[in-house]
Design a protein around this ligand. Structure first.
Ligand code: ZN
Length: 132
């Protein structure tokens, strides 16, 4: 079964924690063992897994990525959002997580983030839970 979720972002560049949303999808399937595939069909957004305990980690990731990939750098792309395209490719648009005992096998401090790089926008996240 395919689940499609909308994620509404409010900043130009932002990390949105979608972990609880994914947990709810897994609970609704009743699947105890398997994998969850999370995918976002956008060229200026991404997904990543990182620390969720200290919000400063999120802030540091965004500060540094904005320095590494500046918003303006004589890019050729006419839309003016090349930085967002590059960030999307660096982070990647999907994550696959093992499900064991009805829960994602995440590390203690890990959260799953939707990465907005050209917001604010309403985005889509595709989710597939596979038993196995
Ligand atoms: Zn573009």
């Amino acid at each position: 079964m395919l689940e499609i979720f909308k994620v509404k972002t409010s900043q130009k560049v932002e990390l949105v924690d979608i972990t609880s949303l994914l947990n709810k999808v897994i609970n609704d399937t009743g699947i105890n063992e398997g994998i969850i595939i999370v995918y976002t069909p956008h060229t200026t957004a991404a997904l990543t897994i990182n620390e969720g305990a200290d919000p400063d980690v999120k802030a540091d990731i965004l500060n540094e990525i904005n320095k590494i990939i500046p918003f303006d750098d004589n890019y050729r792309h006419f839309e003016g959002n090349s930085a967002a395209h590059i960030k999307s490719s660096l982070f990647g648009v999907s994550e696959t997580i093992i499900i064991e005992n009805g829960r994602m096998l995440l590390g203690r401090w890990q959260k799953i983030y939707f990465c907005e790089f050209d917001g604010p926008r309403t985005r889509e996240v595709f989710i597939k839970v596979i038993k196995g």
